[in-house]
Design a protein around this ligand. Sequence first.
Ligand SMILES: Cc1cc2nc3c(=O)[nH]c(=O)nc-3n(C[C@H](O)[C@H](O)[C@H](O)COP(=O)(O)OP(=O)(O)OC[C@H]3O[C@@H](n4cnc5c(N)ncnc54)[C@H](O)[C@@H]3O)c2cc1C
Length: 323
Amino acid sequence: MLRYNELLSRHTSFRIGGPAYCWAEPGNPKEILEAISLAKSKNKKFIIAGKGTNLLARDEGFDGVIIHLAGDFEKIELKSGDIIKVGAGLGLAKLVKYAFDKSLGGCEFLAGIPGDLGGAIFMNAGARRPKGEPGFIEIKDILLDIEVLDLKDKKMEPTGGSCGRNTERPEHICGLKAATVLGRECIKILGKKEIDFRYRSSGLDGKIILGARLSLKKDKKEDMQLRISEFNKKREWLTKIGFPNAGSIFKNPGADKPAGMLIESCGLKGKRIGDAEISGVHANVIVNLGKAAAKDVLGLIDLARTSVKQKFGIDLELELKIL
Ligand SMILES: Cc1cc2nc3c(=O)[nH]c(=O)nc-3n(C[C@H](O)[C@H](O)[C@H](O)COP(=O)(O)OP(=O)(O)OC[C@H]3O[C@@H](n4cnc5c(N)ncnc54)[C@H](O)[C@@H]3O)c2cc1C
């Protein structure tokens, strides 16, 4: 499905963003290529967007094609044992519900994260573990492998259904043959160890994540429900934010130096530009009070960065992606 001149404020949790030249919702790899061909034929860029919960779209919009995976990419399937195969376009809430219904534990931490699987893998989404357990759990911890469309890798030649070094895997996650559907372009499988996962990044720039296999564990529903409640409890503050937002704006520069604390120490909680405000609930969140423009949010980002640099000598790195 293609929609021209589509307002990005409809597709971002910030509810901010001007029009995209085209919003495409391909339901299979062939339609992804058609969307890319459209961009190329008009000499425009293309990018992938998930649920837009970590995105700031600019006021002038995006002069290109935005690809949002739908259709076949929203499928989920139980494979052998405790392994599930999930399309990149599936929402995390649906993934958690599916796993819960099958009594497969391990992905409860994703319960309150509002993105889809592709966005979560690209961002290496995660959460602090519940009380008594140390550190964080991230999507990489439950990932076996992913399937990507890598349009940059010109070395790869399709070979009758599979390609690249991982030819041993009998089928693609999307069940389509690369050679017949994709021509020179290639689908490949990347094992977890081949991906450069770090804190809120995956190094997968330039690749389109199509789906993944997740490794879960048989578990008791009561225990899983308890863990979901514990994760949700940790996120209760988010429900108090009350306005559209995109979650954390900056990465935490260190466990003992949360970005929110640094920004708050600069006296910026509640600071407003236009209709954008540094949340009074958590200073690492910017909210749209109603009619905020991207330039207002960018102004607050700039202010927070400059203030933290001046006061603490720390460079804050964006977690938010800007289109
Ligand atoms: C209220 C709230 C709470 C949040 N809580 C958390 C949290 O606890 N932990 C956490 O980690 N994050 C959190 N986030 C941030 C965000 O939800 C996550 O980063 C999420 O994983 C982003 O998924 P998305 O589908 O919305 O991706 P988008 O925001 O649409 O995209 C994010 C990036 O991923 C890329 N991308 C998306 N899909 C694909 C794909 N198929 N192939 C290649 N690239 C792709 C995009 O190009 C973009 O660069 C929160 C956000 C909000 C609004």
